[in-house]
Design a protein around this ligand. Structure first.
Ligand SMILES: NC(=O)c1ccc[n+]([C@@H]2O[C@H](COP(=O)([O-])OP(=O)(O)OC[C@H]3O[C@@H](n4cnc5c(N)ncnc54)[C@H](O)[C@@H]3O)[C@@H](O)[C@H]2O)c1
Length: 470
């Protein structure tokens, strides 16, 4: 490997000291679920952050000192702005102001389930156009191994600068778990892998200034691979328990009790929990990045594909449960009034991307059911691709529950009074184990007040199964 020139080393040393004394300006491209908490972590560490977003409404929200994300309080954004720590713009020319550019833009899949790197391309082109020599660029968006080196580096080099000399490049995957009260950007260990040696070292220094633990790995590919491994591991294990849920239902065994029992083994078992299907921007999407990449190496990834199939079939299984429950009381699905509890893809957040609730609502409506929903985090569900409905959350009270033919629990938000639901719902299909199983002694559960449900451990739906979110 070529030794860096003195000019390159000087450049890197300057950035290193600017990171150390917090005068380095941190640019974040993509001020969404990942970018906003990341901006907060860098502001809290004493940096000035320049946020960039292509969405003018989102930029205006942030400029007005409001948070676009439910689990980041408005007061945090207002205070970052008021202290002069955060400024946000749609104008990529402002990239001339920054020493570091962190890319946190979406990485969705196309309709044919192939990686869609359109946003990464666009953001990288903007950086290439305006970056100063000596800039550190870090890709944080989840992607397949090889992206930073094979896609991002060549676009940045169109600037005329060379990686490892004129600019520095690394990959550092985002492991944000929105709504998780125990883990935030600053205490989730951050992996860092450089495309060039200096890029890896500078990225390590940068994140170490804002995050408690930084783990440097051999290179960008290893960091990229680690991230898709993490999410594929979840997808495959969730698929396993989803399949076993269907089997154990047939066998008359409560899968939740079986998982809790297995989890008493202190080694060799990590609990995963079944659900109504995968949701969110990560677990249903990221494994496709890896299986697409595998095909370029002449391999098919059978585990990943099978897991995808099993997980994608869960909404249909839930619908069959709903139809069965209604049948047993002589009610046709086409004549039924249903209440869906929770439409966010997971507990205590407002994110409905890829949420199984959307698939369930569409399918149930197609079957002729009248469907309402309640979600304390999602007051309005707007129509979008694959979801041609606009709906508003209905209040959750005894009347709404009692007047429904069946309540379908899709998301186990903490601040829902499940004892009231158990008391008044004529029928319940509970995909998240919020209620006791059929035949269980309901007295203790019903005696538990809603306040206790929200704040204590034993009966608290938010802590009962901390890993069960898909
Ligand atoms: N949401 C999560 O919990 C999570 C967790 C880990 C990793 N990730 C990964 O992080 C990445 C970002 O995800 P997210 O959930 O924050 O997405 P998001 O949709 O919430 O935010 C992305 C933002 O990028 C903006 N954007 C698009 N193109 C842009 C451009 N050229 N310049 C500037 N801004 C642009 C969008 O307008 C949007 O506001 C994805 O790769 C995702 O897989 C997300």
């Amino acid at each position: 490997m070529k030794e860096p020139s003195r000019v390159t080393l000087n450049c890197a040393q300057q950035l290193e000291s600017r990171i150390a004394d917090r005068t380095a300006r941190v640019g974040i491209l993509g001020m969404g679920y990942v970018g906003v908490p990341l901006a907060r972590a860098f502001c809290q560490a004493g940096f000035r952050v320049h946020g960039f977003d292509a969405d003018a409404t989102r930029v205006q929200t942030l400029q007005e000192g409001r948070s676009p994300i439910a689990h980041v309080p408005h007061s945090d954004i207002a205070s970052m702005r008021d202290r002069g720590r955060l400024q946000v713009t749609t104008d990529p020319k402002e990239l001339r102001q920054v020493d570091v550019a962190l890319v946190c833009v979406p990485t969705p899949i196309t309709e044919s389930q192939e990686p869609d790197l359109t946003y990464v391309h666009a953001a990288t082109r903007e950086i290439a156009r305006y970056m100063n020599p000596g800039t550190l660029v870090v890709l944080e968006s989840t992607t397949y191994p090889g992206t930073t080196e094979e896609i991002v580096q060549p676009i940045l080099e169109e600037s005329g600068l060379v990686c490892g000399e004129g600019f520095f490049l690394a990959f550092s995957p985002e492991r944000e778990d929105p709504g998780n009260p125990s883990y935030s950007t600053s205490n989730i260990p951050k992996l860092v892998g450089g495309v060039d040696e200096i890029g890896g070292t500078l990225a390590h220094h940068l994140y170490a200034a804002a995050v408690e633990t930084v783990v440097r790995v051999a290179d960008a590919r290893t960091a990229e691979a680690a991230k898709v491994l993490e999410n594929t591991y979840r997808s495959v294990n969730i698929a396993l328990v989803n399949e076993l849920k269907i089997l154990f239902d047939r066998m008359g065994i409560d899968i939740w009790a079986a998982i809790d029992a297995a989890a008493t083994k202190p080694f060799g078992f990590h609990p995963f929990y079944p659900g109504p299907g995968l949701g969110g921007h990560c677990i249903p999407v990221d494994p496709h990045y890896l299986s697409w990449r595998a095909r370029q190496f002449g391999m098919s990834t059978r585990f990943i594909d099978l897991a995808g199939e099993v997980n994608a079939a869960m909404p249909d299984y839930v619908i069959s449960q709903v139809v069965n429950e209604l049948n047993q009381v002589g009610k046709a699905i086409s004549q039924s009034e249903l209440l869906i509890l929770g439409v966010a893809y997971k507990r205590n957040i407002d994110d409905t991307r890829e949420s199984p609730a959307l698939k369930l609502i569409s399918k149930l409506r197609k079957l002729g059911a009248r469907v309402h929903y309640h979600d304390p985090y999602v007051p309005v569900l707007n129509s979008g691709p694959g979801f041609p409905h606009s709906m508003e959350s209905v209040p959750l009270d005894e009347e709404a529950v009692a007047n429904s033919d069946l309540v379908l629990i899709v998301t186990d938000h903490s601040d829902v009074d499940y004892s009231m639901v158990a008391r008044y719902a004529p029928l319940v299909v509970d995909t998240r184990n919020c209620l006791p199983p059929k035949g269980a002694d309901m007295r203790e559960f019903l005696e538990t007040s809603p306040t206790v449900l929200r704040t204590t451990g034993a009966k608290d739906a938010s802590t009962k199964n901390p890993q069960k979110q898909a």
